[in-house]
Each structure stands twice: as C-alpha cells, then as structure tokens.
Design a protein around this ligand. Structure first.
Ligand code: NIG
Ligand code: FE
Length: 411
C-alpha cells in the first residue's frame, strides 16, 4: 500500500539534490550537485521525506498535492548569506558620481555613501522601513531566495540598530522567508564621533544590549572603517556575549581581517578581493568559509574580483551572496550572482550552484537545515525553467525561477 505524504514534486529533467557530507563542500566536491535524472521530491510536514527517481517515488507515495516541474530543474532554494537589505532607497546619485571617476571610499570619506544611508535610516519611521524591506523580501522569494541574512549597520546608535534588528526579527516571524540577523554596529564610525568612544560603546554597551536580536556579529574591517585591532576587540566582546562571527575582509585593502576571522573561529570572511595565501591557509585550517560578493565588485566598477580558484585550490569552502545594499550592490538576485560567479570569478556553473546553496547555508550555520534536498531538511526548493545548471548560469539578468516551495508550501 502507498504511503501518505503531503506533496510530490516531479516531471523535471534533473533534480539537483546537493546531497553530500554534513559539512561545507571543498575542492572538487563543489562540482557534485547530487544529480538525479527525472528525479522527484516527496514532502511532508514542511520537510523533505525522500528524493529519488520519480517513477519509484510515484509508486511508493500517495500525495494529495502534485507539482509538475514541466521539464525544468528542481533544486534547493537559494541562500543569500550576506545582505544589508534594510534601507529606504538605493543611492542612485552615487552611481553617476562613480561613473565620473569618484571612488566609493572617497564618497564615504566626504560624508556620503554609508553615511548618507545612515541619515535616511535614522530619520525613517519603523513602518516605512519595514514595508520597504518586506517588499524586497517578496521579490527575493520570487527570484528563488528562501533564506536570507540581513545586517544592521545603518543606525550606528543603540536605538536605530535595535530598530533594524527588530524589523529583521519581525519579518522573520511574519514573512515566509527565513531571516538570519547580524549586528553590524561596526560598519563605520558615526560622523562627529570619536572612534575610540564608538568602539567602547560597541564593546561595553551595544553588544550586550542587542544580544538576542542578532545571531551574528560582523565588522567592516577596511580603510575608512575599522582597523584590525578594533575588529579584534569587537570580536572578543562579541564571542563573550555568545554571538557567532563574520567579517567584511579585504574588500578594498588587506588589513589581515581574514586571518583574524580564522583565529576567532568566525563562520565566514566575506568579500576577499584582497587576501594573502597565509590567511587562506588559516581559513582552511579553521574551517572559515569565504563568502564572495561579485555583484559589489561589478557595481563598484572594479577590475579586481576575488580569486575564487586560488581559494578552492587552497581547500577553502566558497559561498556566494549578493551583498544586497543601497550603495555597492542594489541587486538582490542570487541567480545573477550565480552568473557573475561564472563570468567574473570563473567558477563552473556547478560550483556556483554549490556556492549559492549548501555552502551558503553553512555560511549561516544552517547547513544542517537548508541548502540541500535531503531527508529531514526543510522543504525549500525551486523549479527553474532550464534543463540544467549550465543554462541557469547562461540566462543572466532574468528570472529563471518558475515555482518556489518554502517549507513545503508553494509561495
Ligand atoms: O558590503 N562594505 C561595506 N558595506 C557594504 C556596503 C554598504 C553600503 O555602501 O551601503 C558592502 O559593500
Ligand atoms: Fe556587505
């Protein structure tokens, strides 16, 4: 007799399960998508019950809901493990300034850039900010992202950092998207504030006050932001308060932040356009993931992209994310990042898919719950209008996702 289950998703060309070891994929493992030709997925209670050949599962299970993948591919929902998604508007004026040759960090040093978003977020009503963010989450979900990390960092005072983290928490509870909140009080030193006093405030006050609202603590360790010593102080305090760690490392300057991340057992070091071999070796030894953000390099009109192949060859697990934010990457499409990972980071399409799913899930310490289609994991999956992952990478700049299933429900 057939076994009852909630949903059967079938009739695909290929099912990409991303099944594999219970850890981030490294080296050539990134090319293994756990492919099942004409595969199917059985879902019950919002979780994956079984995957395998459609014919077999169709006979074994009795499911009231059947989803026809109509010759597309079935794959895990995309995991965007690095965003700054809470803001009002993109800084459109700066695009023209940068096109005219003014560097991003000069705009910041002159009180624009991140500071300009901080001013608007400080002034914004909570409802307005929440509404803008919620609309973006809807669009992200429609583009196949089912888990997203969101950083604070446009408040830079207790009240507004709290407002941002509370919005992330509220939307996590109310929106189908899973949201992982990160405290990025250490984004830049607020205007007209002494830097030592601000670091003291973060270490002695903010980290303690905001714990419980954020799972991770992040530091922008770069020129015009925080030094390695400041990042070390903030990391020590954050660890003591029970935060997991992430860092913006080597986006513009190699300050040694990736090595610091490894030393502190950070979950990930992000950006890494500039990073030494020694630090990559440290990341490898400590299991720190590299989160690469090709959309930011593209939008900042940079010639310098992260050297992903050097990282993969060094045995560092690589993930990709959007860095979605109003100034350095106003693009929230993880599909676009898969294409850019191939075009600019020279990953294979399979490596890019691994980087955007299971490795990205590990970059949020969620590798045991999402990022692959394996029994017991949350049923977050997408149906894509292409016959394989190579075509997904080819069709850049458009939405190839036809259906999104989040925790077992079509959304
Ligand atoms: O990751 N580099 C620091 N923070 C963001 C940019 C934020 C902004 O420009 O508003 C980033 O690129
Ligand atoms: Fe960022």
């Amino acid at each position: 007799m057939a076994i009852r289950a909630d949903m059967l998703v079938m009739n695909c060309t290929r099912l990409l399960t991303l099944a594999g070891p219970s850890r981030p994929r490294i080296g050539d493992e990134m090319n293994d998508l756990g492919e099942v030709e004409s595969g199917a997925v059985v879902i019950t209670d919002g979780k994956i019950l079984e995957t395998g050949p459609a014919e077999q599962l169709n006979a074994k299970y009795d499911c009231p809901q059947r989803i026809n993948a109509a010759e597309g591919i079935i794959m895990p929902g995309l995991v965007d493990c690095h965003t700054h998604a809470i803001f009002l508007r993109p800084r459109a004026d700066e695009l023209a300034q940068r096109a005219a040759g003014v560097p991003y960090l000069d705009i910041l040093a002159a009180g624009g850039g991140i500071y300009s978003t901080v001013r608007s977020v400080l002034a914004a009503g909570r409802e307005h900010l929440r509404w803008e963010t919620q609309n973006r989450l809807d669009a992200m979900l429609a583009h196949g992202t089912t888990t997203v990390e969101i950083k604070s960092g446009y408040g830079l005072n207790l009240e507004t950092e709290r407002k941002m983290l509370q919005i992330a928490g509220f939307l996590d509870r109310r929106h189908p998207m899973d949201i992982v909140a990160t405290f990025l009080g250490a984004h830049v030193v607020p205007e007209n504030m002494d830097r030592a006093a601000y670091v003291d405030f973060l270490v002695d006050e903010a980290l303690g006050e905001l714990k419980g609202l954020a799972e991770f603590c992040d530091v922008f360790c770069d020129a015009e932001a925080f030094t390695l010593d400041e990042a070390r102080r903030i990391f020590s305090a954050a660890l003591e308060q029970g935060y997991k760690l992430k860092i913006h490392a080597g986006q513009f300057t190699d300050m040694g932040a990736a090595g610091l991340a490894a030393e502190f057992g950070a979950v990930s070091a992000d950006h890494l356009e500039h990073v030494s071999d020694e630090q990559l070796a440290q990341m490898h030894d400590c299991g720190t993931l590299a989160v690469l953000l090709p959309g930011a390099a593209l939008y900042l009109m940079s010639e310098t992209y992260a050297d992903a192949r050097r990282m993969i060859d060094a045995g560092v697990p690589v993930a990709v994310a959007t860095d979605f934010n109003p100034g350095s990457c106003p693009c929230f499409s993880m599909q676009m990042m898969i294409s850019l990972a191939c075009l600019k980071l020279k990953l294979t399409p399979a490596e890019a898919v691994t980087a955007a799913t299971i490795n990205a899930a590990y970059a949020l310490d969620r590798g045991d719950r999402v990022g692959s289609l394996e029994p017991g994991k949350q049923a977050d999956l997408i149906i894509v209008n292409t016959i394989d992952e190579r075509e997904l990478a080819c069709h850049f700049g458009v939405n190839n996702v036809r259906t999104v299933i989040k925790a077992g429900k079509v959304v």
